[in-house]
Each structure stands twice: as structure tokens, then as C-alpha cells.
Design a protein around this ligand. Structure first.
Ligand code: FAD
Length: 276
């Protein structure tokens, strides 16, 4: 199986202890030789330094790394400064997002949607960056309608995105339908499938509620039936997610992007099964 378009996502650690743990995780995941690692960005710039620092560490270790960059709450000046810093550090790839402001932050900022950020990045930096944007096979939870969301996605690509990474999902048909629909709108960039390994039932339910990802009933009831039996949850999760990845790749998905949650074991186990 061709893994050349596999990538792995981290969030920036908040403490030195977390940073040290992530170094260990990274050295394990580096053995899989992903195309690149990406590092999330707290909306409103809350993790700005942590994101950059983690990206630079990864680059120093000899791997390609992409910071995420979100625009909500930002200004043209603040984002220009960040882009210039990325350029000065030799970063050539980024994931451009609107982001979600943490509660307590007012609205404000000069950007409303991610397409405006993509347009701004192209205006400011030309073709310097390879730009990834987010895609939502099960519809972004704030979208007015599926059709509106598809149009919003198409606008990000028209503004200059090179490729896309999806929100995670467990229903492959949602992905294939989404890709068919955007192709009908003339969007031809690769749409890499975002993959969330299943390791913890409570956490998965909480995240999925927040981001609008559907957990199929048969998966949910089975996971719930395991109670605190973490080994059974992980074993079942591994079967479900590996099966999903196989279907996606067999059906033409151009690559996989793993939401590692700063853990090595689950991503490695899925990956190793796929390359067998
Ligand atoms: P947009 O593409 O701007 O879409 C947001 C919503 O607005 C959608 O409902 C869309 O339909 C709607 N919309 C767009 N344009 C218009 C318009 N003109 N009129 C009306 N409605 C419109 N968040 C972070 O904070 N940091 C991260 O590092 C991060 N990384 C992510 C990585 C991936 C791969 C994914 C899938 C998500 C990530 N997120 C991250 C979450 C993301 O920021 C949220 O999902 C956010 O709510 C939407 O961001 P977006 O870039 O998709 O926004």
C-alpha cells in the first residue's frame, strides 16, 4: 500500500513535560515516514509560539512540518507577521483555517471565513506556501445547508488552496459523496481523508458532538458495551478504523491524515495493518 500521502497531526504541548512526551511519540511515528507532520493552532493565537516551536523542532529532526493557521480574531497585520515568520523559518506548507474562538473571546478580527485567509496568504506570499484547507464530508455544524457548505469549500479552493484534509468521519459513503459533489462544482484538488483512531469512548463522543462527526449507531453501542474495558475498546476501534481506511484507499482517496492526539500507538497499529 502506498503511504506517500500519509500525514500525522499533533497539537502543541502546553508544558515542558508534554513537549518531552511528544518528542518520544514523534520518534516512534517518524519510523512510519509520513509525508509531513502538522501542528494545530489555537484560535485567537493562543498557541502561536507553541505551534511554531513544535514545527521547528520537527523540521530540525529532518521531517517536513506544517503549522495550522487560523484567522478568526486575527488582523491583517497580526497574520502578516506570522506569515513572514513562517517564511523566514523556511516553512513551505500550512493548513489554513477559520478556527473557533474559545468562549470568552468576543467576535472581532478582520477575517470571517477561511477563504478570506487563503486569499490573503496568496496576496501576501504568492506561491510560497502549499495551502491545505478543511473539508467536511458530513457538513460543518454551522453551515446553513450542505449545498452552502460545498460552495464555501469551493471558494477556499478558488482562493488558492492546493489540497484539503477532511474532518474525521466513520461513514465512507459521506466522503465519496462529498468528493463527487465537489468534483461536480469543478473542484479538482486532492481531498485527503482525516482519520481519528478510536481509543477512548468518552473522549470520542465529546469531540464528535463538538465537531459534528457522526458515530454510527453500531459502533457507538458496541463501544458503550465495553464499559471501562479499554483493551476491548482499542481492539474494536482498530478493526473499525482500519476497515474504514481500507475502503477509503480502495475507493480512490488520495491519502490519509491521522489525528494522532499526540499518541503513537493507535496510529502506528492502523498504519502497520494497512501496509501489510
Ligand atoms: P470555513 O471554511 O470558513 O467554514 C466555517 C463555516 O462557515 C462553515 O459552516 C461554512 O459553510 C460557513 N461559511 C463559509 N463561508 C461562508 C459565507 N461566505 N457565508 C456564510 N457561511 C459561510 N481549529 C483550530 O482552531 N485550530 C486548528 O489547528 C484546527 N485544525 C483543523 C484541521 C482540520 C483538518 C480540520 C478539518 C479542522 C480544524 N480545525 C482547527 C477546526 C476548524 O477551525 C473549525 O471546524 C472551524 O469551525 C471551521 O474552520 P474552517 O476553516 O473549515 O472554516
Amino acid at each position: 500500500m502506498n503511504t506517500h500521502n500519509f500525514s500525522i497531526e499533533f497539537f502543541p504541548p502546553k508544558t515542558e513535560e508534554g513537549a518531552e512526551k511528544l518528542r518520544v511519540v514523534r520518534s516512534k511515528l517518524a519510523e512510519l515516514q509520513p509525508k509531513y507532520f502538522s501542528v494545530t493552532f489555537g484560535a485567537g493565537g493562543t498557541t502561536q509560539q507553541g505551534t511554531l516551536q513544535t514545527v521547528l523542532e520537527i523540521k530540525n529532526e529532518g521531517f517536513d512540518a506544517a503549522p495550522h493557521l487560523s484567522c478568526i480574531g486575527g488582523t491583517r497585520d497580526s497574520l502578516r507577521t506570522i506569515l513572514q515568520e513562517f517564511q523566514a523559518k523556511g516553512i513551505r506548507r500550512l493548513v489554513a483555517l477559520r478556527g473557533d474562538l474559545p468562549s470568552g473571546y468576543g467576535a472581532g478580527g478582520e477575517f470571517r471565513y477561511a477563504n478570506e485567509l487563503v486569499e490573503f496568504i496568496r496576496q501576501e506570499t504568492g506561491d510560497w506556501f502549499h495551502i491545505e484547507v478543511a473539508a467536511y464530508p458530513e457538513m460543518h455544524p454551522q453551515a446553513r445547508s450542505p449545498q452552502d457548505d460545498l460552495q464555501a469549500f469551493a471558494r477556499k479552493v478558488a482562493a488558492g488552496a492546493n489540497s484539503a484534509i477532511t474532518q474525521y468521519f466513520y461513514n465512507p459513503d459521506a466522503y465519496f459523496q462529498f468528493v463527487d459533489n465537489v468534483r461536480k462544482l469543478g473542484v479538482d484538488v486532492p481531498v485527503v481523508a482525516g482519520i481519528m483512531p478510536i481509543t477512548n469512548y468518552t473522549q470520542l463522543m465529546r469531540f464528535s458532538d463538538m465537531c459534528g462527526a457522526e458515530i454510527p449507531r453500531w459502533v457507538r453501542v458496541k463501544l458503550a458495551s465495553f464499559g471501562d474495558d479499554s483493551a476491548s475498546i482499542k481492539a474494536f476501534g482498530l478493526d473499525v478504523v482500519t476497515g474504514l481506511c481500507e475502503k477509503l484507499l480502495a475507493g480512490g482517496a488520495p491519502g490519509l491524515h491521522f489525528y494522532s492526539m499526540n499518541q503513537a500507538a493507535a496510529t502506528t497499529a492502523i498504519w502497520q495493518r494497512l501496509v501489510k
